[in-house]
Design a protein around this ligand. Structure first.
Ligand SMILES: [Zn+2]
Length: 236
């Protein structure tokens, strides 16, 4: 896919995934999960005759081990995930990943990045033009919250209303991830409104991911990024 970067070179899009962090003590969660798993394993082992020496009697406590183990594991998993989804931050914008689908707000579609209810809140429109609000808790998704504010300050500073010291950006936090390819066919050019029929006709702003038809690429994107003046220069 062609990418209208400053050098007019093909640039790989990147994104990072931020798993929710446990609100409770991480070690407590891990130990509880480990103890639960071991107890469950012991319970299962003692319940299956073929895993036992033939002359050994079933361990009387095994149903309790199995039951208690399951409860401990369930409690650990519940505390460990706290119900928050994975947040993705990168070139494609801010996304919320529930394990099945990813809904994103592209940077050019971000209306505001604010602080509210102990979270960084991103409001805007998803790829289908529907309103979307993504919250990154300062407690359980602090890394994601920091990354959102950091990226937004670089890409769309005008819409950021978060105090300087409210979040911390930790470079290298989260996991690098190749985002799903940007779909450009069928999109309307951000300058002319002309529908893009062929992928090779699209020029994409590397900062906000606005899509332009190659025939109407402005010198500067609406986000302020300088785009290649001549369409030919933007061809990868
Ligand atoms: Zn742009």
């Amino acid at each position: 896919m062609a990418k209208a970067s400053k050098k007019g070179k093909h640039r790989q899009r990147t994104e990072r995934r931020y798993e929710p962090q446990a609100a409770t003590n991480a070690w407590f969660t891990r130990i509880l999960a480990a103890a639960g798993s071991i107890a469950m394993g012991a319970g299962v082992y003692s319940q299956i005759p073929s895993l036992r020496p033939e002359d050994a009697a079933p361990i009387a406590a095994s149903p309790w081990l199995l039951g208690g183990g399951s409860v401990a594991l369930a409690v650990a998993l519940w505390f460990g995930t706290s119900g928050d989804a994975v947040i993705r931050v990168g070139d494609p914008g801010v996304g919320i990943d529930d394990g099945k689908t990813v809904r994103r707000i592209a940077w050019h579609a971000v209306a505001s990045v604010s602080l509210g209810g102990g979270a960084v809140v991103v409001e805007g429109k998803d790829d289908e033009g529907k309103s979307l609000k993504i919250r990154a808790s300062l407690k359980t998704q602090a890394d994601a919250a920091g990354a959102i504010v950091h990226e937004a300050r670089v890409r769309v500073p005008a819409v950021v209303g978060v105090p300087e010291d409210a979040t911390t950006y930790i470079e290298g936090a989260g996991h690098a991830h190749a985002p799903e390819p940007l779909k450009v066919v069928g999109r309307a050019c951000a300058a002319s409104g002309k529908s893009i029929t062929f992928e090779q006709d699209a020029r994409v702003c590397g900062r906000c991911e606005r899509v332009y038809h190659k025939a109407s690429v402005p010198a500067e994107c609406e986000c302020g990024e300088a785009l290649a003046a001549s369409p030919a220069a933007a061809t990868s």
